[in-house]
Design a protein around this ligand. Structure first.
Ligand code: CMP
Length: 134
């Protein structure tokens, strides 16, 4: 995909052009219809997603956790922890997203500390939602 597309997405915006070109080489852009489960709770994690346009909701069991929109990313937790998806991500309004395979994502996460820092911050925030309340 084209490097310039990645500039719109905050998690990639801080990278150098050269780094974005590397990311772009191992990324694809997909369009997904409303109602589609992009991640399914309990299933294996193979891909990382960053939203260009559209919205998706994050649901665990019967619990609504969050709504994600342009600039947000998801699927990082299963890849980094080598664990099953901890929630389902369901498309709400037609989604355009950048998608990367697990190995490509892990490679970039290792090589690009700026990006890794942003991803870790989100994982930390999202992990709070995993802890039981009270
Ligand atoms: P993963 O576990 O691979 O698959 C489900 C994804 O949902 C998870 O990675 C995160 O990207 C995302 N996710 C989980 N919990 C939250 C949350 N509380 N807020 C936003 N996104 C979340």
């Amino acid at each position: 995909m084209d490097e310039s597309r990645l500039r719109q997405i905050p998690v990639f915006a801080g990278l150098s052009k050269k780094q974005r070109k590397l990311v772009a080489q191992s990324a694809d852009e997909i369009d997904v219809e409303p109602g589609t489960y992009v991640c399914r709770e309990g299933e294996s994690a193979y891909e990382f997603f960053a939203i260009v346009e559209g919205t998706a909701k994050v649901v665990r069991g019967n619990q609504f956790l969050n709504e994600l929109g342009p600039g947000d990313f998801f699927g990082e937790m299963g890849l980094l922890a080598k664990a099953p998806r901890n929630a389902s991500v369901i498309v709400k309004s037609r989604l355009t997203a950048v998608v990367m395979t697990g190995p490509a994502f892990r490679h970039i996460d290792r090589e690009m500390p700026e990006l890794a820092k942003n991803i870790r911050r989100a994982v930390e925030e999202r992990t709070h939602w995993l802890e039981p309340v009270g």
